[in-house]
Write a protein that binds this ligand. Structure first.
Ligand code: BG6
Length: 486
């Protein structure tokens, strides 16, 4: 039997994502013995560089896991020996032919499986895919391509991109990354929900009052202003990361854990109800909260007079039997006071609460809340009411807390490790299918167009603050209080 070889070509190898995420993730997989025996890595970019220089560049960002330092240096050397560089233009079939020749030399006649990671700006996707698929596809194994968002900026541009890519690739060769799906706590969402009797039956309007998806960063668009100004926070975070979490949260039970069953269910139970999902507004004129922070004006990479929001909040409703009337609130912002991503589930009041008197007037504060802290400091905790020990009857709120760093001291793999491994193994569960992408754009495009056509000026909020006050109005309008603000 002929052996097989895996090559991973990182297109855009000299860029930031490749240096910070992709090469370190590949090394981590190698370290954990997750890569096949015969694998090689090629860096491909326009920059003129030797293989030696690529290895030096990569070695600067490789790290050893805290609990696994032994042998790490040796492993790094062995890993770097498998890395090569090829300089070429992104639209040149000639340059990809040369890459193909080099790949063949290293493959030595084995079955070749080829994975291309497109770590390049979206305007180069089609060029790269055209040249690579024509000239550097595997002849006897599989060829797969990983792409990162942005997949267009609205429904039309996204469909156009999909159409172009499909001229050269089948859907099952395209792996669209949403790296939030590779995060440990997002993976755990389904486990928590579907494998615990204490949660599964509660997962509906009967018990859940509202759901909050919160993303905040304590830095602005520094250095990425050019990209960011063209997209804004709604496209950057909500349309993909938060919406994907919402889909996993709200979907009906899939037939199985198979990738197609899960993705079908995400679509069936949520996205097909698209016309029935509303995004609601706050304020008199705007349909959406929409702000800009002070720094965006000071960031030299952002054009003057930019109206691009760095913070947004939204309320969504899913008009099906399970979620009728339950507000799903999202907020996402840069340049806020903290870096955090979490899912908060607020439960309803206990009917005829015996202890009403002990809670004072604010019964909302006495309801259970389940929090999945996606990052930092991963945790799942449930707020419950209990009695303060002693002779009196004073009630208290406490957390039943699964704190990952206490329970699982081993470092949690980076999302990119899981996703790269899945792509290598052909597991599509955590990748975005083109119909999901279409549905996500269909949901957000009308609103984005409206915001942009009306040139609605975002409100300012101070850098490092807790965000604009309008987020409270939006929440209050739906009888919700943001859980992260206490
Ligand atoms: C990316 C966005 O998708 O996610 C960035 O483009 C954002 O703007 C990043 O900073 C956040 O990812 P993480 O994994 O650091 O939370």
């Amino acid at each position: 039997i002929m052996g097989s070889n895996l090559s991973i070509t990182v297109v855009g190898a000299s860029g930031d994502l490749a240096k910070k995420k992709i090469f370190p993730a590949l090394f981590a997989l190698y370290y954990e013995d997750c890569l096949p025996e015969n694998f090689i890595i090629f860096g491909y970019a326009r920059t003129k560089m030797t293989t030696e220089e690529l290895r030096n560049m990569i070695s600067e960002t490789l790290t050893c896991r805290i609990d696994k330092r032994e042998n790490c240096e040796d492993k790094m050397d062995q890993f770097l020996k498998r890395c090569f560089y090829h300089s070429g233009q992104y639209n040149s079939e000639g340059d990809f032919s040369l890459l193909d020749r080099k790949l063949k030399e290293k493959e030595g006649g084995m079955i070749s499986n080829r994975l291309f990671y497109l770590s390049v700006p979206p305007n180069l996707f089609v060029d790269v895919v055209r040249s690579a698929s024509h000239k550097a596809s595997s002849e006897n194994g599989w060829t797969r391509v990983i792409v990162e968002k942005p997949f267009g900026r609205d429904s039309e541009s996204s469909s156009e991109l999909t159409r172009c890519l499909k001229q050269y690739l089948n859907e099952d060769q395209i792996f669209r990354i949403d790296h939030y799906l590779g995060k440990e706590l997002v993976e755990n969402l389904s486990v928590l929900r579907f494998s615990n009797l204490v949660f599964e039956p509660l997962w509906s309007r009967n018990y859940i009052r509202n759901v909050q998806l919160i993303f905040s960063e304590d830095f602005g668009t520094e250095g990425r202003g050019g990209y960011f100004d063209n997209y804004g926070i709604i496209r950057d975070i909500m349309q993909n990361h938060l919406l994907q979490i919402l889909a996993l949260f709200a979907m009906e039970t899939p037939v199985s854990l198979d990738a197609e069953d899960i993705r079908n269910e995400k679509i069936a139970s949520l996205f097909q109800k698209l016309t029935l999902i509303m995004i609601q507004s706050v304020g008199d004129h705007t349909k959406f909260l929409n702000w800009i922070n002070e720094t965006i004006a000071n960031d030299p990479t952002v054009p003057n007079g930019s109206l691009t929001p760095t913070f947004a909040a939204a309320a969504l409703f899913i008009a099906n039997a399970r979620w009728d009337g339950v507000p799903f609130l999202m907020k996402a912002g840069k340049a806020l006071h903290t870096k955090r991503a979490e899912i908060r589930v607020q439960f309803r009041h206990v009917p005829g609460n015996l202890y009403k008197r002990n809670f004072g007037t604010d019964l909302d504060k006495a309801t259970n809340e389940l929090v999945l802290r996606v990052q930092p400091d991963e945790a799942i905790y449930l707020k419950i009411n209990n009695k303060v020990p002693g002779l009196g009857m004073r009630l208290d709120r406490s957390d039943l807390n699964l704190l990952y760093r206490a329970r699982y001291p081993r470092e949690i793999p980076d999302a990119y490790e899981r996703l790269l491994l899945d792509a290598i193994e052909g597991e599509r569960r955590l990748f975005i299918r083109s119909d999901e992408l279409d549905a996500a754009w269909a949901l957000f495009t009308p609103l984005l167009k409206e915001l942009e056509n009306k040139k609605i000026a975002p409100e300012l909020y101070p850098y490092g603050s807790r965000g604009p006050v309008g987020a409270h109005y939006l929440a209050a309008k739906h009888n919700v209080r943001w859980g992260d603000l206490g």
